[in-house]
Write a protein that binds this ligand. Structure first.
Ligand code: AMP
Length: 545
C-alpha cells in the first residue's frame, strides 16, 4: 500500500509512550486524594517523591536498564511504587505469584532471570527454602509492615523504608524505546511449568488509556470510577498487574486503598470505613466478602464491582444485586494484559426488570476500544455474530503479549494465523456482547453433543439453596462424558434431588437436553481454588479420576 510517510525533523521529539507518562500533572497537584495502605497514608505528591527515592535506591543496588526485579508482597503502597519505579528506570518488574508452590516460584524466578528480589517478611521462609537454587539473584530488599522486621536468615541490602529514607528524592527518569519490556509474570492453571508473559511500556500505556475510558464510560450516566471515587483492588497485584487498574486509578488521581493480605472481614471493613466505591475481583472473593461477619453491618450500595477471571453466574449476580451492589463483568486473560471486554450497561438496560438486567450483566461484555474479537470454528473460519454460533475466541489488540517468554513453540500456537487464541469458546450477540460458553478444555462432550459447563453452572446457581457450583466432565462408558456438579449448599433446601428437579424447567423449555442434566450431584463443604482464587477444575478432575 502506498501510504505517505514523511521524515520527521531531526529535532522533532517523538514522544515514546512510557509508564512515566502516566504520572500526569493532574495528580502531581492533587492534594485531597491519597494512597492508603495499612496505617500509611500518602498524598500523590509524596507518592511521586517515593517513586524517585525507590528509583535511586534500586540504582544504588546496581539495578539498571534490562535487569529484572522481582516483587513478593501483599497488595500495598510499596507494590504500587514498584509498578512505576522499576519500569521507569528501564528495568523489568516481575510480579511473583506468591500462591504458587515454592518449586514453581523457584522455576519462575530462574526463568525470568531475576536479579533483585523485594520480599515481604511473610515470604522470607519461601526464599530461605529456595535461596541456594536461585541462579541469577544478586540481592534482596526486605519489605515489612512492622517497626521491628523479622531477621532474615540470609543477607539483605536492608529494609525498604530505611533504604527509601536514605535515597535521593530527585530522579530524572530517562526516555527510552517505548517497546522496552516493562513487566513480566507467569500464567497459572496450566499443565507443566507456568508460562511467562510480558508487556512493554507502550502496551501498558495504551492499555491504561483504554481502561480509563472504559471506567468512565461503560456504565450509563454513572462512571465505574471517576475522580471522586475510592478504589480498592481485590485482584492480587501479582496477577496481571491487578488487571492494570492501579495504573488507571493512579493516572486518574483517585483515592486508592491497598488492603494487604486479603481477609474477608478486613475487606468489608475497609469498604465501609474508607467509603470504597469501586473494586474488581474473581467471583469467589466477592462471595467471601459478602459472607464475612463484617458484611452484615456494611452498606454496599455505593460499591461498583467488576467480576472477571471466571464467569459470574446469574445466582451470584442476583446475590450481589440484592445487596445493592452495582455489578459488571469483564473478560480477559493473563496473555491479554488483560482487558478484552467489559459489560456496557446502557440506560435502557438499567431500566430493565432485575432478571433481564442480570442476563446482560453476567455476559462477558462488549469489546473494549481498540480490541478486535472474533469467534472461529475448528478450521479457523469466522462464525456469524448471531448469538447462537459458537467458536473459539480470537483477539487482536495493541497490548497482547507478543509471545511466551523464551517459549517459541507455545508462542506460535498462541498466535496461530496472526490472532491470539484464547482457548475459550463463545458466541457473540448482534449487539457485540460476548457470551463465554466455556474453556475448550472444560466443555463436556456427551454422545455427539457439546455441553457448556458454564451454562449448566448458571442454571444450577439460580437454585435458592445453592451457594457455589462447579460442573466438570466425568467419564461415562456409554456417552463418553457426562456432567458432574459439585455444589456448596447455602441452606437445607439444597439437596441433589431438588437440584435435579430445578433443572427440569430448562429441559422442558428446550434450553438443555436431558443428557445435560448431571449424572451426579455432590454436595460438598469446599471446592478447590487456584492460586488466584478461581475454581480449579483441573485439580477437581484429577481428584475424581
Ligand atoms: P487467567 O489467565 O488466569 O486470568 O485466566 C483467563 C481465563 O479466565 C480466560 O481465558 C477465561 O477462560 C476465564 N475468564 C476470564 N474472564 C471471564 C468471564 N468474564 N467469563 C468467563 N470466563 C472468564
Amino acid at each position: 500500500m502506498n501510504t505517505k510517510i514523511l521524515k520527521p525533523s531531526d529535532s522533532a521529539y517523538t514522544y515514546p509512550l512510557l509508564i512515566k507518562r502516566l504520572l500526569t500533572s493532574v495528580q502531581r497537584v492533587e492534594n485531597r486524594n491519597q494512597i492508603i495502605s495499612g496505617s500509611q497514608r500518602f498524598s500523590y505528591r509524596q507518592f511521586n517523591e517515593r517513586i524517585c527515592r525507590l528509583a535511586s535506591a534500586l540504582r544504588a543496588q546496581g539495578i539498571g536498564p534490562g535487569d529484572v526485579v522481582a516483587v513478593m508482597d501483599w497488595d500495598s503502597h510499596r507494590y504500587l511504587e514498584c509498578f512505576f519505579a522499576i519500569p521507569m528506570i528501564g528495568a523489568v518488574l516481575h510480579t511473583v505469584n506468591i500462591r504458587l508452590s515454592p518449586q514453581q516460584i523457584l522455576y519462575t524466578m530462574n526463568h525470568a532471570q531475576d536479579k533483585l528480589v523485594l520480599v515481604h517478611d511473610d515470604f522470607l521462609p519461601i526464599i530461605e527454602g529456595i535461596q541456594g537454587e536461585l541462579e541469577t539473584v544478586k540481592a534482596y530488599i526486605q519489605l515489612s509492615d512492622v517497626d521491628a522486621p523479622v531477621t532474615a536468615s540470609f543477607i539483605t541490602a536492608g529494609e525498604y523504608e530505611t533504604l527509601l529514607a536514605r535515597a535521593d528524592s530527585c530522579y530524572e527518569f530517562p526516555d527510552f524505546d517505548e517497546n522496552s519490556v516493562a513487566t513480566a509474570f507467569y500464567t497459572t492453571g496450566t499443565t507443566g511449568n507456568p508460562k511467562g508473559v510480558y508487556f512493554s511500556h507502550r502496551q501498558l500505556v495504551l492499555h491504561t488509556l483504554t481502561m480509563v475510558n472504559s471506567l468512565l464510560s461503560r456504565n450509563a450516566d454513572v462512571p465505574l470510577l471517576n475522580h471522586s471515587g475510592v478504589y480498592m483492588p481485590i485482584t492480587p497485584m501479582f496477577h496481571v498487574h491487578a488487571w492494570g487498574i492501579p495504573y488507571a486509578a493512579t493516572m486518574m488521581g483517585v483515592q486508592q486503598i491497598y488492603p494487604g493480605r486479603y481477609e474477608p472481614n478486613k475487606l468489608a471493613r475497609l469498604i465501609r470505613e474508607e467509603g470504597v466505591t469501586f473494586s474488581h475481583c474473581v467471583p469467589t472473593i466477592l462471595h467471601m466478602v459478602l459472607q464475612s461477619d463484617d458484611a452484615s453491618n456494611t452498606d454496599f450500595s455505593k460499591w461498583k464491582v467488576i467480576i472477571g477471571g471466571s464467569a459470574l453466574t446469574p445466582g451470584q449476580a442476583e446475590q450481589a444485586m440484592f445487596r445493592s451492589i452495582d455489578i459488571f463483568s469483564a473478560y480477559g486473560m493473563s496473555e491479554t494484559c488483560p482487558l478484552l471486554a467489559i459489560t456496557r450497561i446502557t440506560r435502557e438496560q438499567r431500566d430493565l426488570p432485575f432478571a433481564e438486567q442480570v442476563a446482560w450483566r453476567v455476559k462477558a461484555g462488549v469489546p473494549s476500544d481498540l480490541v478486535d474479537i472474533d469467534i472461529w470454528d475448528a478450521n479457523n473460519i469466522p462464525m456469524p455474530h448471531d448469538g447462537k454460533s459458537v467458536g473459539e475466541v480470537v483477539a487482536r489488540a495493541p497490548w497482547l503479549t507478543q509471545s511466551y517468554l523464551y517459549e517459541p513453540e507455545k508462542s506460535a500456537e498462541l498466535w496461530a494465523n496472526g490472532w491470539l487464541h484464547t482457548g475459550d469458546v463463545a458466541s457473540i450477540h448482534p449487539n457485540g456482547c460476548i457470551e463465554i460458553k466455556d474453556r475448550i478444555k472444560d466443555v463436556i462432550k456427551t454422545g455427539g453433543e457439546w455441553i457448556s459447563s458454564l451454562t449448566l453452572e448458571g442454571m444450577i446457581s439460580t437454585h435458592p439453596g445453592v451457594q457455589t457450583v462447579t460442573v466438570i466432565a466425568i467419564p461415562d462408558e456409554h456417552w463418553g462424558e457426562r456432567p458432574c456438579a459439585m455444589v456448596i449448599a447455602r441452606n437445607a433446601e439444597c439437596t441433589a434431588q431438588s437440584i435435579l428437579d430445578h433443572l427440569q424447567q430448562y429441559v422442558a423449555s428446550g434450553a438443555i437436553n436431558k443428557w445435560a442434566v448431571p449424572k451426579e450431584i455432590r454436595i460438598v463443604a469446599e471446592i478447590p481454588t487456584t492460586s488466584v482464587g478461581k475454581i480449579d477444575k483441573k485439580r477437581i478432575r484429577s481428584q475424581m479420576t
